[in-house]
Design a protein around this ligand. Structure first.
Ligand code: NAP
Length: 252
């Protein structure tokens, strides 16, 4: 049996992993949810769209003859990660998650840690100011209860419907973002507070560094709990795991 990998993607790390895998000639597909209009080009074949819950993913694993499942989704993609665990278990397909540690505070950080998007919105119950809201366009409605602020929205695609606050500015851009550029943008926009998920990794860290440099508070949303599963902290670790599990099949 030849190895046939399914990589649940949508992150910088997933793209890096796909690049490393493509070098080895192993067969694999990168899967996207379809949240952004133009996902980053992958060095492996790609597919787009949900599978239809854990049962749908399990059926896909079987139909496509997937031998190894790699969850390289974003740490906030909790549903997909839970589905991956359930489907892999149901079909006896080995699973590994490519993860990144959450950001830890450094001297100068002024973090207000909150457990959820809703709690982040509640933390914005304060006098009007300019807020950098960097949580993705699908979550903007959560902040409808704090319409007094001027919002700077950095998004990959324009919002599908008008954001639920009258005063906003949309910046269309995709990471990785640079701290110096983020600092300049935040100063130019008069940003006074930042709202961010604790995504970890480097691609979205620029705004955190910029907030530190500018002395601004960051409302930082903690990650949802990850399900119990095998995890790797780097592309190299995933490659080692694959060598151990699929080496014979790949002939290495
Ligand atoms: P989610 O809430 O965990 O997933 C919701 C549903 O979207 C899943 O049940 C699944 O539908 C589908 N889905 C999610 N990821 C998929 C993938 N890679 N391939 C195929 N279907 C997928 O996830 P989310 O927060 O919406 O994130 C969606 C994607 O965006 C992920 O690939 C993630 O890596 C990326 N992303 C997320 C964030 C974030 O902050 N959440 C940030 C950057 C990138 P079915 O149940 O129908 O299979």
């Amino acid at each position: 049996m030849t190895a046939n990998l399914l990589i649940l993607g949508g992150t910088t790390e997933a793209t890096a992993l796909a690049g490393a895998l493509a070098q080895t000639g192993v067969r694999g597909t990168v899967s996207f949810a379809g949240r952004v209009a133009r996902p980053a080009r992958q060095p492996l074949p790609q597919r787009v769209g949900g599978f239809g819950g854990p049962q749908g993913l399990a059926a896909h694993l079987e139909a496509e003859g997937v031998t190894h499942l790699i969850d390289a989704t974003h740490p906030f993609a909790a549903q997909m990660s839970a589905n991956a665990v359930a489907a892999a278990e149901a079909k006896g397909v080995p699973l590994i998650a490519l993860t990144r540690p959450p950001w830890a505070p450094r001297p100068g950080d002024r973090w207000i840690r909150v457990p959820s998007l809703a709690a982040a919105a509640e933390a914005l119950a304060r006098p009007a100011c300019t807020v950098l809201l960097a949580v993705g366009r699908v979550h903007l409605n959560v902040f409808a209860g704090a319409p007094q602020h001027r919002y700077v929205l950095r998004l990959i695609d324009p919002p599908a419907s008008p954001p639920p606050f009258p005063d906003h500015r949309v910046l269309i851009d995709r990471g990785p973002f640079d701290a110096a550029a983020d600092r300049a943008m935040m100063a130019a926009e008069g940003v006074r507070i930042v709202v961010s998920k604790n995504s970890g990794g480097t691609g979205a860290y620029g705004k955190i560094e910029a907030a530190r440099a500018l002395g601004l508070p960051v409302i930082l949303i903690d990650r949802p709990a990850a399900p119990p599963r095998r995890e790797a902290g780097s592309v190299a670790e995933v490659m080692d795991w694959l060598d151990a599990h699929a080496g014979a099949e790949r002939g290495v």
